[in-house]
Design a binder for this molecule. Structure first.
Ligand SMILES: [Zn+2]
Length: 165
């Protein structure tokens, strides 16, 4: 069972441009790969682990294109997978932390890395699934989130843990 990374999940600008795949273009028109989903959320929105698992690595300094990030390892059908959360404002966990509950907040959405200076209403979580912790620079080692979570939530989707009936 894999949950969404936020309680309310919506693709930035409700646009395919912010989903997974060859959805973007360089200035010269050649296709550019986007490695995950961009989920719009106000700065400070808390992020959740997609499944029980382990914090593989974190970056708590605002640097590089991803800024502050969490790379979270979990098991999917017997295989190691990684959920990668980028541009965070805060990281609450450390490498090696084992997280058993998917209602544990692990960090907060922000505008670090190459999201710096973005308009407040465009702040988003850049979210990837990886087959390899380090991932390549293009499409390598990434999984389309749609294959795990279903259709991109263009119009917003609340995801809550099972509630008692
Ligand atoms: Zn992105």
């Amino acid at each position: 069972m894999v949950r969404f990374p936020l309680e309310y999940n919506q693709i930035l600008n409700s646009s395919k441009y912010n989903t997974f795949g060859w959805v973007r273009k360089y200035a010269d028109g050649t296709p550019r790969f986007h490695k995950g989903w961009d989920l719009v959320a106000p700065k400070g929105t808390l992020v959740l682990p997609v499944a029980p698992g382990k914090v593989f690595s974190v970056e708590k300094t605002d640097k590089g294109k991803y800024g502050k990030f969490i790379n979270f390892q979990f098991d999917l059908n017997g295989k190691k997978r990684y959920a990668f959360y980028a541009h965070l404002s805060e990281v609450f966990v450390n490498a090696g932390d084992v997280i058993e509950s998917t209602s544990t907040y692990i960090g907060a959405v922000g505008d670090t890395g190459n999201a710096k200076g973005i308009a407040a209403d465009k702040v988003h979580l850049h979210f990837e699934f990886r087959t390899d912790a380090y991932g390549g620079s293009g499409s390598e080692d990434r999984i389309d989130p749609e294959l795990i979570l279903g259709s991109p939530p263009y119009h917003g989707l609340y995801y809550f843990e099972d509630e008692p009936i």
